[in-house]
Write a protein that binds this ligand. Structure first.
Ligand code: KIV
Ligand code: NA
Length: 262
């Protein structure tokens, strides 16, 4: 089938079809997500944590997002690719947002960007959309404001969250990530807005779900939020395989003639 477009993604809301999004940061992970049939791949600034090993996503630069998005694009045939604008690449002004989003899309070939924030980010989103750049929004727990929020915690201010979602819909987002909000509130927002909601820690009533690649596969060693379901235990699978490799090299069991040139 043909590649997923932004209008296809948006239209899924009216079709009762759940959207599936997974993050990826390089060619190989993107290849397997795409092969598994996800609707979209998000090149998340969560790479600051799961790839770079920082305790937040704040240190990630626009240049790094461009590098990882270029790697991801080479592995994708079908899925829509959305790339995060990192901290301080869009918050300063609408002009800065258009410049950063444009640079990211031009140099990578991704189809859309994601910006965090509601009412306060609406002017930046509007400017990008007016420049022809599709924007996914992100409200609730917005990890780029982790210090302002006082940690990675559930967001419960119903009126503020509804106002945030409405503001970015009016600014022109084609979809919205809802992160770490009570399931009933996510359901209310999902019913109230015309674009798909993609939940992470936001219950089952969203129009789709997103998980971080390393969380879904059991690869990230540091912690596991309550909202993560591990679909594999690849960290331990990798460890066991490499332990066997260590053993085989040390014992002389590898390589054999089968792996050698004569
Ligand atoms: O950076 C990221 O991975 C994200 C998702 C968790 C939505 O923004
Ligand atoms: Na992100």
């Amino acid at each position: 089938s043909r590649p997923v477009t932004v209008p296809d993604f948006r239209a899924a809301k009216g079709q009762g079809r759940k959207l599936v999004v997974v993050t990826a940061y390089d060619y190989t992970s993107a290849y397997w997500c795409d092969a598994a049939g996800v609707d979209a791949i998000l090149v998340g600034d969560s790479l600051g944590m799961v790839v770079q090993g920082h305790s937040t996503a704040l240190p990630v630069t626009l240049g790094q997002m461009i590098y990882h998005t270029r790697c991801v694009m080479r592995g994708v045939r079908q899925a829509l690719v959305i790339a995060d604008l990192p901290f301080l690449s869009y918050q300063i002004s609408p002009a800065q947002a258009v410049r950063s989003a444009g640079k990211l899309l031009k140099s990578s070939g991704a189809q859309a960007v994601k910006l965090e924030g509601g009412v306060r980010t609406a002017p930046m989103i509007r400017a990008c959309v007016q420049a022809g750049i599709p924007v996914m929004g992100h409200v609730g727990l917005t990890p780029q404001s982790v210090h302002q929020l006082g940690g990675f915690r559930v967001q419960r201010d119903r009126d503020a969250l509804l106002a945030d979602a409405q503001a970015i819909v009016e600014a022109g987002v084609f979809a919205v990530v809802l992160e770490s909000i009570p399931a009933a509130l996510a359901a209310e927002i999902t019913a109230a807005i015309p674009v798909p909601t993609i939940g992470i820690g936001a219950g089952s009533q969203c129009d789709g779900q997103v998980l971080v690649f390393h969380d879904l596969l059991g690869l990230y060693p540091d912690f596991q939020p309550k909202f993560v379901k591990r679909y594999a235990d690849l960290g331990n699978t990798i460890k066991a395989a490499i332990e066997t490799f260590c053993h085989d090299v040390r014992s002389g069991a590898f390589p054999t003639p089968q792996h050698s040139f004569r």
